[in-house]
Design a protein around this ligand. Structure first.
Ligand code: FAD
Length: 443
């Protein structure tokens, strides 16, 4: 994997017992482990590959409240509050900067859509988001070119460095006593009288009282082997980074066909705001009715594709015994190829909006599989059918920014403490009790 991620060495010895085992070393798993360890809980995090090698290092690095689904807003506000103090709290650099985010709007209709969100969601939550004119946008975004109808701007939103953040938080969790096990796939759980008593990993068993599944795009497969339905699909996104580039904006910005973020290395992470691919796979058929409203709502930005991924996933075992090699051990790092035409379009769009990007040197490009739920809201919840089993997944393209809040909330739910926000919108049972939750047209 070429993408740079700060290396987190795994602890060589697995404990025989840990109060809580967290499955998955992405930003959600490491934040959960951190907040548990900060409470003095004995926690072991098991990661099948490397810390933050999947979505958590491949994302844009935006940390935003702006444009959020109303159901996520209280958690997003808490997450940004935690990000602001994160480097001081953990004593290490995550690259967080409170540099603001701007959504540029090409047409009056785009601007009206942003106005609706501001009126119905942003103001209701007391955010500092505001509509600005093109000239005001140009003062925040030096070098802006082209006609724009206006923009939505949130000064208190920010950015962090995906290659640094989850590794730094994992190391902080370890300093508080957590065990970090890498190259350590969890094959399944063990229960007694219906409740959790342990996990079985490829490196042996760990006795425990609670398990948090933070498995990103693998969570549905893991749940399936336990007989639990977790509707989840993968949406493929393509991203590139430029070599250091002078004269571009400090503030993260999206416009028609592009999104960008300034990096600590002086380059930019650039991607296509409105072009993603959803491969038809057996899960598309399995969860089709659950996802129809979401795919319809985003039909202009998600292209459905038929290809060899169907066969690859068709051949992936969906059930296994705990003494067998599992799909988690066969794919240590999910590393999809970026779709080059999507990146070329983003390159053209960003150069039209910011002419300084005309001569940008693309230093690297990569793909990422975003795990989405039918309502594009995550699951952060216990599972009633298996006391002691918790799930934190399905962050639907928003999980990097919301992770500190999600980790705090998950730790509180595991410990049975008063949660920082109402966990109701994140309950797992909404997918099994006939609620048929819908995506928000405002987000
Ligand atoms: C291209 C792209 C751009 C994005 N941009 C943004 C953005 O700007 N802002 C934002 O907020 N969000 C963004 N996101 C979304 C964000 O990256 C994700 O929501 C977030 O990283 C999810 O974190 P996670 O820990 O749930 O999953 P992951 O980071 O995918 O981690 C899951 C981990 O679990 C491990 N695992 C799975 N199964 C097992 C098992 N059985 N045993 C052991 N380990 C296991 C995997 O190996 C993996 O490391 C973007 C995502 C992508 C792909």
């Amino acid at each position: 994997m070429p993408l740079h991620v700060e290396h987190v060495p795994g602890d060589p010895i697995l404990p025989e017992r840990s109060s809580v085992v967290v499955i998955g070393g992405g930003i959600i798993g490491v934040c959960t482990a951190y907040f548990l360890a900060a409470k003095g809980v004995q926690v072991t995090l098991c990661e099948k590959g490397k810390i933050a090698a999947e979505q958590s290092s491949r994302n844009w690095g935006w940390c935003r409240k702006m444009g959020r689904d109303p159901r996520e807003m209280p958690l997003a506000i808490e997450a940004l509050r935690l990000w602001h103090d994160m480097d001081r709290t953990i004593g290490a650099a995550t690259g967080f900067r409170r540099s603001g985010i701007v959504y540029l709007c090409k047409t009056g209709d785009d601007l009206e859509k942003r106005r609706s969100w501001l009126d119905l969601v942003g103001r209701a939550h007391g955010l500092d988001s505001k509509l600005i004119t093109r000239d005001q946008a140009a003062r925040i975004l030096p070098g802006l070119a082209g006609p724009w109808a206006g923009a939505l701007f949130t000064p208190s939103d920010g950015r962090a460095e995906p290659g640094l953040a989850a590794p730094a938080i994992a190391e902080a969790a370890r300093r508080l006593g957590a065990t970090i096990a890498t190259q350590c796939a969890v094959r399944g759980i063990e229960t007694q009288a219906g409740g959790i008593v342990g996990v079985v990993t490829e490196r042996g068993r760990i006795a425990c009282d609670a398990v948090v599944l933070a498995g990103g795009a693998w969570s549905s497969l893991f749940c399936g082997n336990l007989g639990l339905k977790l509707p989840q699909l993968k949406v493929l996104s393509a991203v590139m980074r430029t070599a250091p580039l002078a004269g571009g904006p400090e503030t993260s910005v999206s416009g028609t066909g592009f999104g960008l973020r300034k990096r600590l290395d002086g380059g930019y992470t650039v991607a296509n705001w409105s072009n993603n691919i959803c491969d038809i796979v057996p899960d598309t058929l399995r969860f089709g009715p659950d996802f129809r409203p979401l795919l319809k709502l985003h039909s202009d930005s998600i292209r459905v594709r038929v290809g060899k991924q169907f066969l690859t996933e068709w051949r992936t075992p969906r059930t296994w015994a705990l003494d067998e090699e599992t799909p988690f051990e066969r794919t240590r790092i999910l590393d999809p190829q970026p779709h080059a035409p999507i990146l070329h379009k983003a390159q053209d769009a960003v150069a039209a909006a910011f002419p300084v990007f005309h001569d940008m040197v693309v230093a690297e490009s990569w793909g990422g599989a975003i795990d989405v739920t039918p309502d594009a809201v995550p699951v952060i919840s216990g599972v009633d059918a298996i006391p002691g089993f918790f799930v934190a997944t399905g962050f639907s393209g928003h999980g990097f920014g919301i992770a500190p809040g999600a980790g705090r909330l998950m730790a509180e739910l595991v410990m049975g403490e008063t949660p920082v926000v109402d966990p109701g919108p994140f309950r797992y049972s909404r997918f099994t009790d006939g609620s048929r939750p819908q995506p928000s047209p405002l987000a």
